[in-house]
Design a binder for this molecule. Sequence first.
Ligand code: SF4
Length: 364
Amino acid sequence: MLQTLPQELSETQAQRLLAWYDRHHRELPWRVSPSSAKAGQRADPYRIWLSEVMLQQTTVQAVKPFFAKFLALWPKVTDLAAAPVEDVMAAWAGLGYYARARNLKKCAEAVAADHGGVFPDTEDGLRSLPGIGDYTAAAVAAIAFNRQAAVMDGNVERVISRLYAIDAPLPGSKPVMKAKVRLLTPADRPGDFAQAMMDLGATICTPKRPACSLCPLREGCIALAEHDPERFPVKAAKKDKPVRVGAAFVAVTPDGEVLLRRRIETGLLGGMTEVPTTAWTSRIDGGDTEDHAPFAASWEACGTIVHVFTHFELRLSVFRAQTEKQAAEGWWEPVDNLDAQALPTVMKKAITQALPLAFAKQPH
Ligand code: SF4
């Protein structure tokens, strides 16, 4: 059953949450502190936008070094707009979901070319930019421009679903949850409110064993009153992911150079760098043997790596060959320089399977 809270209670809840945020907010490199925000200082929209794009599907801890690297390379949105796309893809390598990097570049170019290097300051204006959807538009509008936008990420969904004991499963229940967030979001300090909800979900209202006794919203939380917060959010049953198979070929010269090539621009991992690989197919007799190698050599089987994409699980058989340089599509790159290439995580895994010391650190 969907429960509702009266408007006055919503306002009280918002004030309690903001008071908690003033004391317990997370220090994050893209934020300004609540005291600075109250004094009128606004977060830089470029930093907020960059962090929000990076944080989609990725944890705060994983994002921090990438955020620092991007800001060091491209301190302003106009710097990012002017950067070669290959450099942006290489800097993004390891964060996954590479369409985000291509959209990031397109969005920076649109801000530079169409808006004089200044981000639009409304949800609608932000949503008109390439790659900015409802969530990112609301987050940047609220946090950087203090607009009363309803911001809802996974953390906020969890808090709202518990606060109102929303029984309908995700993702179908999102519109109902968004309406609740809109009702709760105050006209005063909406940006801090959005960040407070995110912080509450990340630190108190956690997926397992939420710390309800420390929660500023415990009075009025229906899931807590029903003694069953962990039941929420209710999610639709997941289907097993389909499996695809393929082979990856790591060719190494006596001088320690590895054959690399660039994937076509469109499709999964478009424009990223790879070692030669077959197509990835769901056929059980798919191209996962050395017969599909890019050239004849003494290919040695090194085992299989598994990588899970959003819509399928990939099992790649990895082969390695010591070889003189061959005429083949792509280029030969020194092993020491592999870290600087736009290699997605699945390719780093494949290369590491063949050459365990290829990377200074393990793939993310
Ligand atoms: S009281 Fe517990 S379940 Fe309810 S919002 Fe707070 S932490 Fe989440």
